[in-house]
Design a protein around this ligand. Structure first.
Ligand SMILES: [Fe+2]
Ligand SMILES: [Fe+2]
Length: 426
C-alpha cells in the first residue's frame, strides 16, 4: 500500500515557480524605484530610492538564479499547480510607478507592497525544509533583512512627511495596493508579464530638489542663465566644487534610472551592471553632499552647473546615451579627479582624499561597462560607424563645454592650467 502523501516542504517545481514570482516582483520594485528617482525631487529621498532600487535588483538576481537551479525531475505532486499571475502583478507595478505624490509612493510601496513581500518570504521560510531547501532559506533570510530595513526607512520617512503636511494619499495608496495584491494572488491567469517599459520620460525633466540652484548647459545653446563664480578662499572653493559635483552625480544616477526603466529589453546582466553604476552615482552624490555640509555649505549655496541630461537624455538609441555617460563624461572625469585627489592629499584634506579615492575606483569600473555597447551592437558595422561619429561629435561638444566652464569658474584654474582647460569639467 502506498504511503499517505504528506508533503514536508515545497516540491522543486513549486519552489521554482515561487522563485520566478519573487524575482519578477523584485525586478519590478527596482524599476518602480528607478522611475521615482526621476520623478522625486527631495535629494535624500531620491538617493535612497536609488540605493533601494539597486538592492532590489540584487534580490531579483538571486531569486532568478535560484529558480534556474530548481529544475524538477519528477511529475507534479503535492501542490496545486497554478499559473503565476504575472499580468495582474504587473498592472500593480504600473500603477505604482505613476504614484502622483511622495506620500502615495511611500504608502503604496513601503506601506503595502514591501510588507506583502516580507509576509510572503516569511511564509515561505515557515514551510521550507532547513536541509533540503537550505540555499533558498539563506537567500530569503538576506532578502528579509533588506526588505525589513527598507520598510522601516519608508515608514520613518512617511512619519516625517505627515508631520510636515498631513496627506490622505499615503493611506489611500496603501489600501489600494493591498487590495490589488490580494486580488492578484487569487485571480487565475495564464498571461505572461507585460514587456512594455513601466514609463517613458521622453520630453520630461527630472524632478529637482528645490534647494538646488541649478544652471543647465545645453550643447549648441549655452547656459540657462549668466553667472560667474570666483570663490574668495579655499573653503569656498571646496563648496563650489562639491555643490556642482553633487548635482552632476545626481544627474548621472537619473540618466541611468531612465535607462533601467525605458529599456527593459536589455540583457539582465547588463541591467544589473547599470543598476550598480546607478547606486554608485547615488553614493557619490551622497558623499559629496555630506562633505559640503561638513564644511558649512548647503544645497544651493553656489549654483550647480548640470549638463548630462541635456547632452544625452532623450536620445532614443540607448547606446548613444551610454556613450555620453561612460565614454565622454566618465572618461574625462577620472582624468580630473586624479589630480584633485593628489591636490587634496598634499593639503592633508583626508575626507576629500578618501572620497575621491573611492569615486575613482568606482568610475574605472563604470568606464569598463562601456564594453556592453560593443558586445550588443556586435557586427552591425553601420550602427558602430554611427556610434563612433556620435561619440566624436559629443567629445567636441564636451570640449566646448569644458572651455566655457573654466572661463566662468576661477576656482577651476587653480587645478587645471589654462592650456589643459579642455579637460576641466566641474
Ligand atoms: Fe560618479
Ligand atoms: Fe560613474
Amino acid at each position: 500500500m502506498a504511503e499517505a502523501r504528506v508533503v514536508v516542504c515545497h516540491p522543486v517545481e513549486e519552489a521554482r515557480g515561487i522563485m520566478e514570482r519573487f524575482a519578477f516582483m523584485e525586478r519590478r520594485c527596482m524599476e518602480v524605484l528607478a522611475a521615482w528617482v526621476w520623478t522625486t525631487g527631495e535629494l535624500g529621498t531620491k538617493l535612497t530610492f536609488g540605493a533601494h532600487a539597486h538592492e532590489d535588483a540584487m534580490q531579483s538576481e538571486v531569486f532568478r538564479d535560484r529558480g534556474g537551479e530548481l529544475r524538477p525531475s519528477l511529475p507534479t505532486y503535492g501542490w496545486d499547480a497554478r499559473p503565476p499571475g504575472f499580468a495582474q502583478l504587473d498592472a500593480i507595478f504600473r500603477e505604482l510607478a505613476d504614484a502622483p505624490t511622495l506620500a502615495a509612493k511611500l504608502g503604496g510601496l513601503y506601506g503595502a507592497l514591501k510588507p506583502w513581500l516580507v509576509t510572503a518570504y516569511d511564509d515561505y521560510l515557515a514551510a521550507a525544509d532547513p536541509i533540503l531547501e537550505a540555499p533558498t532559506v539563506r537567500l530569503l533570510e538576506q532578502a528579509l533583512r533588506d526588505e525589513r530595513r527598507q520598510v522601516a526607512w519608508g515608514r520613518a520617512r512617511l512619519d516625517d512627511l505627515k508631520r510636515m503636511q498631513p496627506d490622505a494619499d499615503a493611506e489611500r495608496w496603501r489600501r489600494r495596493v493591498r487590495h490589488l495584491l490580494n486580488e492578484a494572488v487569487t485571480a487565475p491567469t495564464s498571461d505572461d508579464a507585460a514587456r512594455a517599459p513601466l514609463a517613458d520620460f521622453t520630453g520630461t525633466q527630472p524632478a529637482v530638489d528645490p534647494r538646488f540652484d541649478l544652471i543647465y548647459y545645453t550643447p549648441g545653446v549655452g547656459s540657462s542663465r549668466e553667472f560667474e563664480i570666483d570663490p574668495p578662499n579655499e573653503t569656498e572653493v571646496r563648496k563650489v566644487m562639491l555643490s556642482t559635483l553633487t548635482a552632476v552625480e545626481t544627474e548621472a544616477a537619473e540618466l541611468l534610472c531612465r535607462i533601467l526603466v525605458e529599456f527593459p529589453e536589455l540583457p539582465w546582466e547588463m541591467r544589473r551592471c547599470l543598476a550598480r553604476q546607478m547606486w554608485d552615482e547615488c553614493r557619490h552624490a551622497a558623499s559629496q553632499w555630506r562633505l559640503l555640509e561638513e564644511i558649512g555649505g548647503y544645497l544651493g549655496c553656489y549654483p550647480s552647473i548640470v549638463y548630462i541630461n541635456p547632452f544625452a537624455g532623450d536620445e532614443p538609441d540607448v547606446f548613444k546615451r551610454l556613450i555620453v555617460l561612460q565614454r565622454v563624461v566618465e572618461g574625462s572625469s577620472v582624468d580630473q579627479h586624479r589630480p584633485r585627489g593628489r591636490y587634496f592629499l598634499d593639503q592633508g584634506a583626508i575626507p576629500l582624499v578618501q572620497m575621491f579615492d573611492y569615486i575613482l575606483a568606482d568610475e574605472d569600473g563604470h568606464i569598463a561597462l562601456s564594453r556592453w555597447t560593443n558586445e550588443l551592437v556586435g557586427a552591425d558595422q553601420a550602427h558602430l560607424d554611427e556610434l563612433s561619429r556620435y561619440q566624436a561629435r559629443k567629445e567636441q561638444e564636451f570640449a566646448e563645454y569644458s572651455d566655457w566652464i573654466v572661463s566662468k569658474r576661477r576656482d577651476l584654474q587653480r587645478l587645471f592650467q589654462p592650456a589643459a582647460a579642455g579637460s576641466a569639467r566641474v
